[in-house]
Design a protein around this ligand. Sequence first.
Ligand SMILES: Nc1ncnc2c1ncn2[C@@H]1O[C@H](COP(=O)(O)OP(=O)(O)O)[C@@H](O)[C@H]1O
Ligand SMILES: N[C@@H](CC(=O)OP(=O)(O)O)C(=O)O
Length: 470
Amino acid sequence: MKFGGTNMGDAAAIRHSAYLSQRSSKEGVKVVVVVSAMAGVTNQLLGIAEAAEKGDIALANDQIAGLRTRHFTAAQDLGAAPDSGVVREIRELLETLRQAVYGVYLLRELTPRSRDLIVAFGERLSAPLMALGLSSLGARAHHLTGGQAGIVTDSHFGSARPLSTAAGRIRDRLSGLLDAGLTPVIAGFMGETEKGAITTLGRGGTDFSATIVGAALHADEVWAWKDVDGVMSADPRSVMGAQNIAQLSYGEVMELAYFGAKVLHPLAVTPLQEAGIPLRVKSAADPDFAGTLVTSEAQTDGQHPVKAVTAIRGVSIINVSGAGILGVPDVVADLFAALARENITLLMVSQSSSMSNVSLVILGSDEEHTLAALTPPMGGRHLQVDVQRGVAVLAIVGAGMRGTKGVSAKLFSALANADINILMISQGSSELNISVAIEGADVEHATRTVHSAFGLDAEPVADKPGTDTR
Ligand SMILES: Nc1ncnc2c1ncn2[C@@H]1O[C@H](COP(=O)(O)OP(=O)(O)O)[C@@H](O)[C@H]1O
Ligand SMILES: N[C@@H](CC(=O)OP(=O)(O)O)C(=O)O
C-alpha cells in the first residue's frame, strides 16, 4: 500500500492511513506500506537546497527549523514521548540534513547527487511517523529507507531506475519481517546505488517504489491510496464533471501519466506488467469505493473510445530548421543522439515532409539543456533553432480509439469550435493516444471542451455508483 503526501500530511492523516493498512492486516492480508513525504515537504527541501546553493543559509536553516516543528508536532500528536526513539531519530535525521545543506552552502554547488540526498529526507522523516501511527493501532511496524528495503538503483540521480538485482534484494530484506508478523514501512521515492549513494526515482516516485516492491514480493495487488476517487476522466481540479474510471489497462495508465495526469508516476505500472499484478487506485476518504483497477486488459465499450483527457502545461516547442537539414538524414540522426545523451524527454516530434524542419516538444524545464545540446554543428552543419514558450500538450487516451473512425475529427472540430488553435498534432501507431500542442493560455478551456465533446462529463448525481468489488 502506498500513501502519498496528502495522506501523510499531518498526524490525523497518518493515523487514518495507518487505520487503512490495519484494516487489511486484520483481514489476514500481509501489508507492506510505502510512504511519501508529508505534503509540501519535497518542494520545501528543494527550496532549502537551492537557497544554500545561492548562499542564503539563514533561509535554509529557517526552513529546516520549520520541518523540525512539523515532524515533532506530528510525532507528539501520534503519541511519541519527547525522549522516545522516534523523536531522537527525527532529531538525528534533521541534524544530518542540516550538515548536508551546509556542505552545499560552503561549496555553492548543488549537484544532482547532493540534491537527491537532500530531497530524500522528506520520506526518511515520514516513515518513522507512519510506523508510530501503526504501533498506536497495535501493529508491529518496522521502518526502512528505500536502500534498506533493497531498492538498489542506477546512478541517474533525479530519475534513477531499479537494477535487475533489486527484486531479489527486496525479497531478502522484507520476507523475514513479513514472516515475523511485522508491517514494513518503506520510505518511498528513494533508492540507493550499489555504493550506497541515495538516489530518487523522479517526482511522484513513491508510486513507483510501491510497484517495485509489490512486483519483487509477487504481491496479489498494489494499492495506491489517493485524495481522489481513483484515476479520473480528467484532473478533477480542472474539470468539475470528471468521473472515476473503473478499469484501465497498464498501457492506458502509462499514456495518461506520461501526458501529465499527476495521479500516478509514468513508470509506476511497469514493474507490474510482466507478472500481471493488478494496481488499485483508491480514495483514502472513501475506502469502500472500488476506485480504479489497472490490469493488462483494456476494456472498450464502443460508446466511449476516449476514456480521459489530460494535459501538460509549461512546455516549449523547439523548431529546428534551415537549408542545413534539407535531405540530410545524418543531421536528424545527430540531433536525436544529442538529445538522448542529455536524457531529454520528447513529448512530441514532427518532421515536415520536405525534411527542412523538425519540431520537438519538450518540458520547459529541459529547455536550457536542449538548446545547449543543439548548439554544436550536427552532421557538420549549424542549425537554426527557434523556441516557442508557454505551450501546453493536450492528450486524449483510450484503447477504444484503435480502429475507431472519426476520433481525431471530433477532437479537431471541438477545438476549432472553441476557437482554439492547434500548433502540432501527433498520434502514435498504438492508437492509444492522440496529442495536440496548443497555446498554454487555452489549456483549461480546451480540456473542458474536449472532455465534454467525448461525452465524459458525469451526470450530476447525489450518490456515487458502485461499491467495493473485492
Ligand atoms: N486523471 C486524473 N485522475 C485523478 N487525479 C488526477 C488526474 N489528473 C491529475 N490528477 C491530480 O492528481 C492528484 C493526486 O495525485 P497526487 O497528489 O500525486 O497523489 P498522492 O500524493 O496522494 O499520491 C489529485 O489531487 C488530482 O488533482
Ligand atoms: N515526495 C515525492 C514523492 C511522491 O511520490 O510524492 P506524492 O506521493 O506526494 O506525489 C514528491 O513530491 O515527488
